[in-house]
Write a protein that binds this ligand. Structure first.
Ligand code: NDP
Length: 455
């Protein structure tokens, strides 16, 4: 798909590069999409900075270091033997050990994990912390499973995965379907197998090496990024209406922080549909939602019934008017048509709490409308940043206070914002945050790759 903002030469290079990538990685649409989004920014940059082309950096960065694929066999509560597939994509460790979450989702594919691992390389680079990029997970579906079933699955998965991870090698964390419960079971089995209390996984419970604020970090960080973007324009979050999707870890804490910053969050969504609460999801309503989704693992429809607001089955929230849009559920949940609707309804800023929630058409619509648009690799980097801080605390055998972690998180989000502004090409004051995040993330990793020689 040629881009109308690139020169003819850059478009030719992009087409050639993408056609080679698609040939080498057939049937991986999400991976193609994530690389295309990055290549649109990096190819023009490398045409001007030719040493990166001479070293074939983009070609090398789009080939993972290795992919581990394994079987996970476990027994359900009725003594049936069950079989799942799991992966760990170790994408790039040039600036630090591989780092990235684990996802449990019945529709998970290698293509999704490659897109997530690729994005993670750039995101981790942007945090300024020494972390490479990786991602993993399984097509195991935790929905409707008992705690014991989840425990047996996690133990079996770690019984293979422990060989491939380590505090200096690869440090997984949570993602969709992998929360505090799953992290605890995974870490318990690692510790049992290794007889070591390693800092090998993040998002741990507070009693065994977790960091304060890790639970809140991705959502809070996303709200801070949005605030930074608006302040850069002389504006702010206060008084704005926010359209949020998702109702999991990222969405809940994005809503919480946006409320604290003075916004009104009027929507949430899950796999069943979306709830529209014009009075705002706040106070006891937000506490109810946390209990519902984090503890009882119920459906959002219950929230709508409890508080007498509208629930639209099988719908996403993008037709609801608001100035801010914060997609926090999953990839490709906001299309070009959704973006047009949001623009028509007056959206001024979008911050991606999820990874790649906006498809390429949507990104182009926002760019053409000059809507402030923060890609996930910048806006949701607060989660992995606090994971990095969890590792630092573990290494020092210290626990920092909530205030200290929050201050560092705010500082990191400010730095990421400043890097995006520095590298995002500007056109009459407009910051292209997609280009800014891509180029800033790329340069650090690329320079390390060049320094290491041809390996
Ligand atoms: P959770 O599992 O806690 O929540 C995911 C939410 O999205 C749930 O409300 C879920 O609905 C909904 N959802 C999941 N898949 C779909 C789908 N196919 N269609 C519609 N809704 C869906 O995950 P997180 O909040 O941790 O992650 C959300 C996004 O943020 C992901 O893209 C993840 O990669 C990204 N992210 C997460 C980080 C973290 O620290 N957790 C860090 C950086 C990025 P339901 O409740 O019905 O399952």
């Amino acid at each position: 798909m040629p881009s109308n903002t690139l020169s003819a030469e850059a478009n030719r290079e992009l087409e050639k590069f993408m056609s080679g990538l698609i040939d080498r990685n057939p049937h991986e649409p999400e991976f193609h999409q994530a690389v295309h989004e990055v290549a649109e920014s990096i190819i023009p940059f490398t045409l001007e900075n030719t040493e990166y082309r001479d070293h074939q950096i983009l070609e090398r960065m789009t080939e993972p270091d290795r992919i581990i694929i394994f079987r996970v066999t476990w027994e359900d509560d009725d003594n049936n033997v069950r079989v799942n597939r799991a992966w760990r994509v170790q994408f790039n460790n040039c600036i630090g050990p591989y780092k990235g979450g684990l996802r449990f989702d019945k529709s998970l594919t290698l293509s999704v994990l490659k897109f997530l691992g690729f994005e993670q390389v750039f995101k981790n680079s942007l945090t300024t912390l020494p972390m490479g990029g990786g991602k993993g997970g399984s097509n195991f579906n935790p929905k409707g499973k008992s705690d014991r079933e989840v425990m047996r699955f996690c133990q079996s998965m770690m019984t293979e995965m422990y060989r491939h991870i380590g505090p200096e090698t690869d440090v997984p964390a949570g993602d969709i379907g992998v929360g505090a419960r799953e992290i605890s079971y995974l870490y318990g089995q690692y510790k049992r197998l290794m007889n070591r209390f390693h800092s090998v996984i993040t998002g741990k419970g507070l009693s065994y090496g977790g960091s304060l604020m890790r639970t809140e970090a991705t959502g809070y960080g996303c709200a801070y990024f949005l605030q930074n973007m608006l302040e850069h324009q002389g504006d702010g979050v206060d008084g704005k209406t926010a359209i949020v999707s998702g109702s999991g870890n990222v969405a809940l804490y994005a809503i919480e922080k946006l409320n604290q910053l003075g916004a009104t969050c009027v929507t949430a969504s899950d796999r069943n549909g979306m709830a529209h609460d014009p009075d705002g999801i706040r106070d006891e309503k937000l506490e109810f939602l946390k209990q519902l989704k984090e503890v009882r693992r119920g459906s959002l429809e219950e929230y709508a019934k409890e508080f007498g607001c509208e629930f639209r089955a099988d719908e996403r929230p993008w037709s609801v008017p608001g100035e801010l849009a914060v997609p926090c559920a999953t990839q490709n949940e906001l299309s070009g048509d959704d973006a047009k609707t949001l623009v028509k309804n007056g959206v001024i800023a979008v911050a991606e709490g999820a990874n790649m929630p906006t498809d390429l058409d949507g990104i182009h619509v926002f760019r053409e409308a000059r809507t402030l648009f923060a890609p996930g690799k910048a806006a949701n980097a607060g989660g992995v940043a606090v994971s990095g801080l969890e590792q630092s605390q573990n290494a020092q055998r210290l626990s920092w206070s909530r205030e200290e972690v929050d201050e560092r998180l705010q500082g990191i989000m400010r730095t990421i914002h400043a890097k995006c502004v520095e590298h995002g090409r500007r056109d009459k004051g407009f910051v292209n945050y997609v280009a800014g995040a891509n180029v800033a993330g790329f340069v650090k990793v690329a320079d390390a790759m060049i320094a290491f020689g041809v390996i």
